[in-house]
Design a protein around this ligand. Structure first.
Ligand code: ADP
Ligand code: MG
Length: 474
């Protein structure tokens, strides 16, 4: 009989001696306390009969190893008397002379169950979660199921590896910079948008990185939480595209409303040109002598009329451009106003509306010229409607330069806007016009065009006439 230390009888861990064939030779009382087995129920039985079927193979392998060397932290499931399996962490040491080995087992079921529970929670979260170890070159130490799906990489692929094993250099450098920042600063870092090229293609993610402390209280681990925003981005883009299309459509509609006179506008000077040219041709045919002075006068008239048409067409072309993606540039207000008026002046005049412009010479704006032009055209179009039934019909365009901003005002001879609708006129689709006449979009789109250029569109509540203010930062 082997001599036993009092520790053997006292310990509530599982202590045992086994032969190299896998039979229990002796066990301590811990077995009864932990698993419910009495000594006589185990001695000379093979321990393989108690090991969980899924763990038999690795238990066989470790049993061979322990005949020649010491092993530790070997984990398997062992059946208790009530039929339930316990997770046991084993350490063992051989005594080759006696063909036996000593083993010590600790019941770690609580730990393992807890770990498995946490793993289940982490795996079933619908957001990608990963961990990296800053002391080991930011190797991955955790990679949940959603991360596997998102990146198309299994945890077996990833654990123990670093970003460099999977992603292009540029992306790795960016990830690494943010990882280091998180550890160094010890605070959550939010990365609203990252591009990722993974085995399943390119996508966009929103990531948050949080530092986690080790036992020494140092920020050693990095917890990352990533959300796929590819679809969201695509939706936002198509929404933006649709919005731009609406803007462009509305612009063309305004143009249509205001430029009804344009055909007429071009036709008139064309008749003048044709008239003069026919006249000259007839005279030449009939050998009527022309003085140089006559010839020059006629040619100048033709040229001047040609230029007028040129100006109108140029304004039209400028106006139809979509410059939303261009940077803001310095533009002369005078040019913008001239281009705008070229498109609608004749129509206003035909309605007996006089237009005056009083602006400082050489005043420059930092703006999108055609967007300012569109706002002006919208305001002029509204004024034209508002003045329809009034006796006194005029519109005044003025501008003032202040220290930090420039104000352009468009005033018409109307009596202002009734207080009951003042708050509503800038709302999309608000209109007081008959169906088929107003879209109710003019002012709301104009206001949004101004905001896009760091400006605003306001109704002047203090003026006795109807006055709108376009305010732009300098
Ligand atoms: N100069 C103005 N004078 C009087 N009312 C105006 C003027 N400009 C705008 N409004 C009012 O604001 C409303 C909204 O204008 P807007 O957004 O351009 O849409 P719409 O011109 O299609 O009605 C108009 O229906 C009108 O009632
Ligand atoms: Mg309008």
């Amino acid at each position: 009989m082997l001599e036993k230390s009092p520790f053997f009888t006292l310990s509530s861990d599982l202590l045992c001696l086994c032969d190299f064939e896998g039979h229990f030779v002796d066990i301590n009382n811990g077995w009864e306390q932990v698993l419910g087995w009495k000594k006589e129920e185990l001695i000379s039985y093979s321990y393989y009969d108690f090991v969980h079927p899924d763990d038999i193979q690795k238990t066989l392998e470790i049993s061979l190893r322990v005949q020649t060397e010491e092993v530790s932290y070997f984990l398997n499931r062992f059946r208790g008397k009530n039929g339930k399996y316990h997770w046991i962490s084993w350490s063992g040491k051989p005594d080759s002379k006696k063909n036996i080995f000593y083993a010590l087992g600790k019941d770690v079921s609580d730990n393992i169950n807890h770990q498995q529970f946490l793993k289940q929670v982490i795996d079933s979260l619908p957001i990608a979660i990963f961990c990296k170890d800053a002391k080991k070159n930011f190797q991955f130490t955790l990679w949940n199921k959603t991360a596997e799906k998102l990146w198309g990489l299994t945890s077996a692929d990833v654990l123990g590896k670093t970003d460099e094993n999977f992603f292009p250099k540029e992306q790795c450098d960016f990830f690494r910079k943010k990882d280091q920042e998180t550890i160094d600063q010890g605070v959550l870092i939010d990365i609203p948008e990252e591009i990722v090229d993974s085995p399943i293609g390119r996508f966009f993610i929103h990531t948050q990185k949080v530092p986690l402390k080790n036992a020494q209280g140092e920020n050693q681990f990095l917890l990352g939480i990533s959300e796929d925003i590819t679809e969201k981005k695509r939706m936002a883009q198509s929404l933006e595209d649709a919005r731009m299309q609406t803007l462009q459509n509305e612009k063309m509609a305004t143009l249509g409303e205001m430029a009804g006179g344009i055909a007429h506008e071009i036709n008139n000077p064309l008749s003048v040109i044709i008239g003069h040219t026919t006249n000259l041709k007839e005279k030449l045919k009939n050998n009527i002598t022309l003085t140089t002075k006559d010839l020059l006068t006629t040619l100048e008239k033709i040229e001047e009329t040609g230029f007028r048409i040129h100006k109108i067409i140029k304004s039209l072309r400028i106006f139809s451009r979509n410059e939303d993606n261009d940077p803001l540039e310095e533009v002369k207000l005078e040019e913008i106003i001239n281009n705008t008026l070229a498109l609608c002046e004749k129509k206003l005049l035909s309605k007996n509306i006089s237009v005056t412009v009083e602006i400082p010479k050489n005043l420059k704006l930092k703006a999108h010229a055609t967007q300012i032009s569109q706002v002006l055209l919208n305001l002029l179009s509204n004024s034209q409607d508002a003045l329809e039934l009034l006796q006194e019909k005029w519109i005044k365009i003025e501008a003032n330069e202040y220290k930090r901003e420039i104000e352009i005002t468009v005033t018409d001879s109307g009596n202002g806007i009734h207080s009951s609708i003042q708050n509503k006129i800038m709302n999309p689709f608000f209109t007081t016009k008959e169906p088929g006449y107003g879209t109710g979009l003019g002012l709301s789109i104009s206001a949004s065009l101004m905001r896009r250029q760091n400006g605003e569109l306001l109704l002047d509540h203090n003026h006795k006439n109807t006055r709108f203010i376009l305010r732009l930062k300098k």
